[in-house]
Design a protein around this ligand. Structure first.
Ligand SMILES: Cc1cc2nc3c(=O)[nH]c(=O)nc-3n(C[C@H](O)[C@H](O)[C@H](O)COP(=O)(O)O)c2cc1C
Length: 432
């Protein structure tokens, strides 16, 4: 735990670009409730009829510089600090090779994020690392400097993350070296604890103001990341967006799962707070559809979506993109030693101890990162074709079934009926 051998092995093999077929039969127990199954058709899509995923545009009518991307599988926020210099570099080069984006996490933008030339989502955490003035407030000047990098494509306000809702980032003193303290603008060798929320965002209006302020200053798409708790909050937020006008909407919402990962978090929050993605993702998509904002807000899903079936499930539900953190750590060679907070990671991914980083050879690992993305796209494509559609973005709630407690399965569309199929299918522009 948290990931079993079968889940990890798939990522290792995909990253090494070696054969990912397995023998004898499934190791999954399909009896308990919650397992995913896909609805294969009698007449699968032939290779010659398959199509590439169409590009998706984020911030099409709101930002001066909308972001267009093909990749539905991207790298979730992990700060430079939580992860090491060679890890950030390998992710940057790997994402570039595969045409995916990488999220900076809340630790600011380092030269290593920029080095590989990948598309970047800059995350603004509650301590505003990298974009704070001397008093710790958001600095427009620094925001403009970050936005001036062409490869910084979007800005994400971190409201919360699944592993520790209601708690800010934690970077233990052992990991705050000279370079990290400079990039973050904080004292060296001192615990770096960010506030448990943005002090200036007290309510939905404040959040909408912040989104629009950052979009105005940077000219780039802006969204926020949160783990859902209170079901009514999102509806209230969307109602206020509609009152103020569609143009005030965020360009995307990243929904993180209660069982998301982290570099360091208290166990009570890690294990007991927040909603899991299988419950929150349909709720978020449906709330946005009901509010009539599906054409404005893209949805990014994260939380243990590291293998093709989980990614395909999220696309079926209606996510536009899936991001992963720990999946990419596995592609870098993570062995799940569970020491991310101790600066002793044996694989060099979450340590700044240079001796432990020797095995993390950027060139080799960046290829593994790219292979992981490539093989993910390929195998989600296999599921799509088995279901009779031409590409992963054509998967809908009619293509997945969920095994119930009594062992029988129900179609996703029956559990969560598409409310406005035409709008819900905004990510399937090229429908059959
Ligand atoms: C080492 C590590 C560092 C992380 N740092 C951040 C961060 O800075 N900001 C953030 O929003 N989430 C952070 N996360 C959470 C991930 O971005 C992601 O939301 C979560 O792990 C779920 O995805 P996964 O199950 O694919 O790992 C971090 C996760 C890990 C494992």
């Amino acid at each position: 735990m948290p990931f079993n051998r079968a889940q990890r092995s798939w990522v290792y093999r995909a990253a090494k670009d070696i054969d990912n077929t397995v023998a004898f039969g499934s190791t999954r127990d399909l009896k308990p409730g919650g397992s995913i199954l896909f609805v294969n058709t009698a007449f699968p899509t032939l290779g010659k009829d398959a199509v590439k995923c169409p590009p998706v545009v984020i911030g099409e009518n709101s930002a001066n510089n909308p972001f267009t991307t093909h990749s539905f599988f991207n790298i979730s926020g992990m700060s430079f600090g939580a992860i090491s210099k060679p890890a950030v570099k390998a992710l940057s080069y790997g994402a570039k090779k595969a045409g995916a984006w990488m999220n900076t996490g809340e630790g600011g933008l380092s030269p290593y994020h920029l080095e590989g030339g990948a598309d970047i989502v800059f995350q603004i955490g509650t301590a505003k690392y990298g974009v704070r003035d001397k008093d710790g407030n958001l600095s427009d000047e620094k925001l403009r400097e970050i936005a001036a990098h062409e490869t910084v494509r979007m800005f994400e306000i971190k409201m919360s993350q699944g592993a520790k809702p209601g708690k800010g980032g934690i970077l233990p003193a052992a990991k705050v070296n000279d370079e990290i303290s400079k990039i973050r603008g904080i004292p060296i060798h001192t615990d770096s604890i960010s506030p448990n929320r943005h002090p200036e965002i007290e309510n939905n209006d404040d959040l909408i103001d912040m989104i629009n302020h950052i979009r105005k200053v940077t000219g780039k798409p802006v969204g926020f990341k949160a783990v859902l708790g209170d079901k009514t909050w999102l509806c209230d937020f969307l109602t206020i967006v509609n009152k103020r006008g569609k143009q005030f909407a965020p360009d995307f919402i990243t929904v993180d799962s209660a069982d998301g990962g982290t570099g360091a978090a208290p166990m009570s929050l890690l294990d007991y707070v927040g909603m899991p993605i299988h419950e929150s993702l349909p709720l978020v998509i449906d709330s946005i559809c009901k509010a009539g904002l599906r054409d404005r807000i893209k949805v990014i899903a994260s939380g243990k979506l590291i293998n093709p079936a989980e990614v395909a499930w999220a696309l079926c539900v209606g996510a536009d993109f899936i991001t992963s953190a720990r999946g990419f750590m596995f592609s870098l060679g993570c062995v799940q030693a569970l020491q991310c907070h101790q600066n002793t990671c044996p694989t060099g991914i979450t340590t700044h101890n240079i001796k432990l980083q020797h095995g993390l050879v950027v060139e080799q690992k960046s290829t593994r990162v790219a292979n992981y993305i490539k093989n993910m796209a390929y195998e989600v494509g296999l599921i799509a074709h088995s279901c009779g559609v031409r590409s992963p973005r054509e998967l809908t709630r009619r293509h997945a079934r969920i095994v119930q407690g009594n062992g029988t399965s129900i179609m996703l569309a029956d559990i969560y009926p598409d409310i406005y199929p035409d709008i819900c299918a905004v990510n399937t522009k090229e429908k059959n």
